[in-house]
Design a protein. Structure first.
Length: 337
C-alpha cells in the first residue's frame, strides 16, 4: 500500500493513526509567513539560532524597568555544589513597601538557547497588573551543560530565592514557578524536585506549552512533524543536546523530562496551556490529565490553530490575547483570592 498525504500516519508502533496537521489560525499563520517560518533545527545550527532574530532581541535593563515601573537588579547566587554561581534577574515594582507575591520565571529555548531576559516581558505584564516580584533565572545551556546541570541551576536559584524572600520583598507563601516551552518543562521539574526534596513550598506552577517528553513520539509529534515552527527535528536536537544517547531510553529522569514521572500527586496547582497545531499538544494534555488522575488541581487550555510560541509571534491575534488573558486570570485567582 502506498501512503499518500491524506492517509493516516501511524505513530511509532502503529498504535494511533493520525491525519494531516490541524490548520493554523489565519492570524497567527500570517505572522509566521511574514518571517518565512523556520527550518528544522539540527545540531550544527545551534550556534546560528543562538544569535537570535533581528527585531526579537532580549530587552535591555532599561527596557525591563519600564519607565521606572520596576527596580531591576542582577544577582549572582550560589549554584549547585561544585558548579558556577547562578545569575538571577530581579524585577520588583518600584515603591512597593510590603512583601509581594512572586513569580520565579524560567526562560524557553529548547534547552539550547536563551537567557534570563528571554520571554520575561509577559511575566512583567503579570507583575504590573497584579503587583508581583519577578525573579528570572539564568541556567547553563545544553549541549555544553547536559542534564542535570540546567535543572539543578534552576533549583539552586529557587532555593536561594525562597530563603532570601525577605530581602527581595517577596512573600515566600505566594511564590509561583512559571516557564515557557523548555522553561515550562524545567518549571514542571522544579515542582517535582521541590516536592521530593522537601521544598521550597510553591503556590503554583504556570506551564506555557511546556517541553515535557524526550521520547518525542506522541501522536501530535508525529502529526506535526516539521511545519516551519519548533518541530520534531528541532525537538530531537534539543533533547539530544540535553540527554545525549540516553534520550528516549528507559532511564531518563523525571527531573529532565517530567512526562517520565510515575507519581504526579502532591504537586502545587498547575496551569497548562498548549496549542492544537504543535507537537507538544498531546504530551501536555496527558500531563494535565495525569495531575487530575492523581487527585491534583490543574487548569488546561488547548488554543485552536496555534503553533508553538504563537502568542509571541502574533501577540495581537485573537487567540493570543485570549491565551495571555487566561494566564493572567489564573494567576489572579491563585494569588489574590
Amino acid at each position: 500500500m502506498t501512503t499518500t498525504e491524506t492517509d493516516p500516519t501511524p505513530t511509532p508502533g502503529g498504535e494511533v493513526p493520525v491525519g494531516p496537521p490541524p490548520p493554523f489560525d489565519p492570524e497567527v499563520a500570517a505572522a509566521l509567513a511574514a518571517v518565512g517560518g523556520f527550518p528544522p533545527i539540527t545540531p550544527d545550527l545551534i550556534p546560528l539560532v543562538r544569535q537570535g532574530l533581528p527585531g526579537m532581541e532580549p530587552p535591555t535593563l532599561q527596557g525591563l524597568a519600564r519607565d521606572g515601573a520596576f527596580t531591576v537588579t542582577e544577582l549572582d547566587v550560589p549554584g549547585p555544589d561544585g558548579a558556577p554561581d547562578v545569575q538571577l534577574l530581579v524585577c520588583r515594582p518600584a515603591g512597593a513597601t510590603t512583601a509581594l507575591p512572586g513569580v520565579y520565571f524560567v526562560h524557553g529555548g529548547g534547552m539550547v538557547l536563551g537567557d534570563n531576559r528571554s520571554g520575561v516581558d509577559e511575566a512583567l505584564d503579570w507583575a504590573q497588573e497584579l503587583g508581583l516580584v519577578v525573579v528570572s533565572v539564568e541556567y547553563r545551556l545544553a549541549p555544553e551543560t547536559p542534564h542535570p546541570g540546567p535543572v539543578e541551576d534552576c533549583y539552586a536559584g529557587l532555593v536561594w530565592t525562597a530563603a532570601h524572600a525577605a530581602e527581595l520583598g517577596l512573600d515566600p507563601d505566594r511564590l509561583v514557578v512559571a516557564g515557557v516551552s523548555a522553561g515550562g518543562g524545567l518549571g514542571a521539574a522544579l515542582a517535582l524536585m521541590a516536592r521530593d526534596r522537601g521544598g521550597p513550598a510553591l503556590a503554583g506552577q504556570l506551564l506555557v506549552y511546556p517541553m515535557l517528553d524526550d521520547r518525542n513520539d506522541s501522536p501530535s509529534a508525529v502529526q506535526m512533524g516539521d511545519t516551519g515552527t519548533w518541530g520534531r527535528t528541532a525537538n530531537d536536537t534539543g533533547w539530544t543536546a540535553l540527554l545525549g544517547e540516553a534520550r528516549g531510553g528507559p532511564d531518563v529522569s523525571p527531573y529532565a523530562a517530567p512526562a517520565r514521572a510515575q507519581d504526579l500527586s502532591g504537586l502545587p496547582p498547575a496551569f497548562v496551556d498548549v496549542a492544537s497545531a504543535e507537537n507538544f499538544r498531546d504530551e501536555d494534555v496527558a500531563y494535565a490529565t495525569r495531575i487530575w488522575q492523581a487527585g491534583g488541581r490543574a487548569e488546561l487550555h488547548v488554543w485552536p490553530g496555534g503553533f508553538h510560541g504563537f502568542d509571541g509571534f502574533a501577540p495581537q491575534a485573537q487567540i493570543s490575547r485570549e491565551a495571555r488573558a487566561a494566564r493572567l486570570r489564573w494567576l489572579r485567582r491563585l494569588l489574590q483570592d
